[in-house]
Design a protein around this ligand. Structure first.
Ligand SMILES: [Cu+2]
Length: 177
């Protein structure tokens, strides 16, 4: 009888182990992999990677997870567009032919201070094309670029006059090393 009880306990432990096993490994998989954080400042009229000289290109690697935080430290509304093949309308930059994040799952997190309160939100989207940031707003996007995005792109603000004034930055996507 006592031997039967011991076998039963062992069986229960094994059963619990089997149930827990995959859950733990799933959790590790979901959190696994290093995340590269980049901060990009926006102002009149520039994009600048934190701790880098103005005009330094934004270099990303395909297959790597990124968290890019855009901070509007200026006094005007600014946009964030990532793409290539600038399309002009009436001689003025209007949009990109192809968006860098087309078909890519993107997590967007935003925060802003209203009065003395911090407001935050989170959105999950696919194929993000454009972000708009009021002064003082911080937006973070999280994504992993597929291998077919390797090449040269551009980060820009297409609020009338801003692109021409210098609100653009080269973006280089490299293959996985
Ligand atoms: Cu702008």
């Amino acid at each position: 009888m006592s031997r039967f009880a011991l076998v039963l306990v062992l069986f229960l432990l094994l059963a619990v182990g089997c149930v827990r096993g995959p859950q733990v490994s799933l959790g590790e998989t979901a959190e696994g992999g290093p995340v590269s954080k980049i901060e990009v400042l926006l102002g009149e009229y520039f994009f600048q990677m934190e701790d880098r000289a103005k005009g330094s290109p934004l270099v990303l690697q395909a297959g790597r997870k990124y968290e890019i935080e855009f901070v509007n430290m200026g006094s005007e509304l600014h946009e964030v567009l990532l793409g290539r093949g600038l399309v002009r309308a009436g001689g003025k930059p209007a949009r990109y032919q192809k968006s860098l994040l087309e078909g890519v799952p993107v997590e967007v997190e935003g925060k802003t201070v209203v009065g003395d309160k911090l407001r935050a939100f989170e959105v999950e989207a696919e194929g993000l094309e454009e972000l708009e940031l009021e002064p003082g707003v911080e937006l973070e996007i999280e994504f992993t670029l597929p291998a077919d995005r390797v090449g040269e792109w551009e980060l820009a603000c297409l609020v009338p006059g801003h692109y021409e004034a210098g609100m653009r930055l080269p973006v280089v996507v490299e293959g996985k090393r």
